[in-house]
Design a protein around this ligand. Structure first.
Ligand SMILES: [Zn+2]
Ligand SMILES: [Zn+2]
Length: 335
């Protein structure tokens, strides 16, 4: 039996890093984060099964507990993939049917803000605000109503130390020199990077992936700074959108069906599956029934209670009313 139990597909290096992070959560007194982190994708934490309701021998996959912490590389990677899948179609339509003079671009804005700074949370808030002001200065008032927009995500790179922003911008031409000049005037940092997005070499999907890809860099954050990152992100949306990308329609994934009989798959509690397995000792087990299922489809064990009221710390509503995504709209899904 034990041979059937699959691990979490993490490398030794990832496991060692996760263990150090777990210790750091413990040392920081962050009990709930510690417990969620420890249990994330553990084979011992099965909550439910995705099964074929006609016959679980047709199809059954375990749904493991996932921590949904924004600093968890596994959860963040899954969440990013889901965001790309949901919002890319709408972005594609916007970019391919918009003003012919507009272009999509990938912009990176750097800062010297470090997770080691004692006031990193405030600095992160100020930097987000500066990104909004930057576009307002470059494009002029009311630019959001002219069919332009952007999606921005904050990221601490280079060993978790330097805050920078990845942006997919769609709109009028922006002069790189002017961009750097304004960014320096607002923040004191002048290093910026602009790359064109087109259908061949660097696609919108790749650019959006870059913006949402934080997962790949989380493992570089020194374990002791992960609790600091959790604190810095608390009450803030890491990914924000403005203009035409604000409140985009999302695409729901298609319903999953049983590969054998075509019935729509169902979500069973672990108890219900265990009762079935107990009652049907002779029934063949679906191969890999203990492997992790498509958590994206089931939403993992995401709480399904009423939406939590938006924190007043979210975004900068004073800026122009669209910064920071309102509860219940597309922004709710953003990290
Ligand atoms: Zn996780
Ligand atoms: Zn079936």
């Amino acid at each position: 039996m034990a041979a059937q139990i699959h691990g979490d597909d993490r490398t030794e290096l990832e496991r060692a890093w996760r263990l150090s992070v777990q210790v750091a959560f413990s040392q920081a007194g962050m009990v709930s984060e510690h417990d969620a982190w420890r249990d994330c994708q553990s084979p011992d934490s099965i909550r439910s099964y995705v099964v074929c309701p006609t016959d679980p021998a047709h199809y059954a996959k375990a749904v493991r507990y996932t921590c949904h912490l924004r600093v968890c590389p596994d959860c963040a990677r899954r969440h990013s993939a889901r965001l790309v899948m949901r919002y890319l179609p709408a972005m594609d339509v916007i970019v391919s049917t918009g003003n012919s003079a507009y272009r999509a671009r990938h912009i990176v804005l750097t800062t010297a803000v470090s997770l080691r700074d004692p006031d990193v949370s405030d600095k992160l808030r100020e930097a987000y605000s500066a990104v909004g002001k930057l576009f307002d200065r470059l494009l002029g008032r009311g630019w959001q109503s002219r069919g332009m927009g952007y999606v921005v995500a904050a990221e601490f790179g280079e060993n978790g130390l330097r805050l920078h922003f990845h942006i997919v911008f769609y709109g009028a031409w922006i002069d790189k020199k002017a961009l750097s000049r304004e960014w320096e005037a607002l923040t004191g940092f002048c290093v910026t990077y602009v790359r064109g997005i087109n259908k061949c070499r660097f696609t919108l999907r790749q650019a959006l992936g870059e913006v949402l890809k934080y997962a790949t860099k989380l493992g570089q954050v020194p374990p002791g700074l992960v609790p600091v990152l959790v604190d810095a992100l608390r009450g803030k949306r890491r990914i924000r959108s403005r203009g035409v990308f604000y409140n985009m329609p999302s695409v729901e994934p298609p319903e999953q069906t049983c590969p054998q009989c075509g019935a729509p798959l169902d979500l069973w509690t672990a108890f219900r599956y265990d009762v079935w397995a107990y009652q049907e000792p002779e029934a063949p087990r679906f191969p890999g029934w203990y492997e992790q299922s498509e958590l994206d489809w089931t939403g993992g064990n995401k709480p399904t209670g009423p939406p939590v009221a938006a924190s007043p710390a979210l975004g900068d509503p004073g800026q122009n009313g669209v910064w920071g995504l309102a509860e219940g709209d597309a922004g709710e899904e953003l990290l």
